[in-house]
Design a protein around this ligand. Sequence first.
Ligand SMILES: [Zn+2]
Length: 509
Amino acid sequence: MNNTMSVIKKVAIYSRKSRPDETDETLKRQLAFLIDKCVDNNWEFEVFQEYGSSQDSNRPELNKMLEKIQSFHYDAVVVTDQDRLSRSTVGFHQVKEILTNYGVQLVTSSKIYDYATQEDDLMSDMQSIVAKQEYLNIKKRLVRGKRQSAKEGNWVGGKTPIGYLYDHKTKKLTPDENAPTIRRIYELYLSGNSSTEVERIFDLDGILTPSGSKWNKARISVVLSNPVYKGTVIYGKTKVSKVEKKPSGSPKQLRADESDQIIIDHAHEPIVSPEDWEKVKDIREGRLTKPPSARIGKVIFTGLIKCGLCGRTHSFQRRKGKELRVTSCQTRYYSDDGEKYTVCKNKGVKLELFEQVFFAKFGQFVNELELYLEEIKQNIKHDETNPVDEKAILTANIKKIEADIKKVQKGFIAEIYTEDEAQKEIKRLKVQKKYVEEKLKRLDTKSKDEKIDELQGTLNKLTSLLEGTSDLETKDINYLLTAIIDHIEYKRVGDHKAEIEMKIHYKGQ
Ligand SMILES: [Zn+2]
């Protein structure tokens, strides 16, 4: 990281309100913090501060900054966190494209992102998902009346799901002309087709979504897992933490317990019978929770499981002739005289049970990621800056400088230059050459398509892991999980029947 910090010389500070509950005072504090950071690091800086709304649509300062980035003014952009740049995943993707193409790094209060490397790319994509969800949550919190409305079985879930129409008079959903397509997805799945096979069948039949997109596997999975189709309304799937905060001071978003959610069955006319919906759920969960360790036989969670009570890393053991287990926590608490001790109360568990809980949770995350990638693929505008042209220009520049160096050398031989003059000139040209070469190196990152392919590749690996069809080696699976997951908080306290409590902490969150 220190290495990266040293190449940064000139930066742009970007600041704006990105949440409805932020005051001018918070903004001022943020700006002061960012300026301090630049002064500490000896960075020359320029400030771009947006006034007014937190909406993405009207942001003159951002545009001004992006323009200057494209004429190579800055080495980095400094923000409190990534979601300052854009609240929408699509908008964020566009900003990121420009940063990538112009080799500009993104410095946040917690981390430096260099989008030229794949891991950061994946992390930032995930962060923008998280930030988006959090924003939606704050919006939800502000409209408290919605909860009451939901209790009455009204549709308050936002976007109307495909297959339904929202009736403004009754505030309920009614099936529309797309309902048969939804029913067909369920029927195909129940008769033994996987969502990939449903995708293929719809593709062959030329069936598209109402907005004209392809019915891909991710969309089909969303339909299959949405209880709205059995007539159920769920409100409040996520909640905002009162305790945990992100570095920016904003509250962290958590998945709500089922007891905090408003779940109303028979809220509107179902498209699929509740019995069929539950059958689909069983099939889906059977697929998602198939423990890969049964086949792999080794541990893929090495170093990832942390005690929810004391934070110690759990290890694994196999008692003679028995199944593989996550060990109980070994932390000892000594009495004041150091004579006696008690051991941390966190119990171990069969690895198989641990995996079932883990893969059910992780499966949801991968689903979200998959949807997000689809959204990017559908929505990115064709990029006007062509890295290939840019590359050609820089390559030509290098050739010209090389030719100039030769000219000076020849000039020295022909006694046009003195030795001193020639050396000075050559030195100057070499510095220039190195500068252009570095620019070229930064530009020499992968194309957008290649990056999407890479992210898709990672997703495919995760999906086959979830489906139990992965052919990766144990250590590669561990490597893959470690690239995405910071740690898995695990807690199981009580008698032998105690349930597993688990929270997956993803990197960059
Ligand atoms: Zn412990």
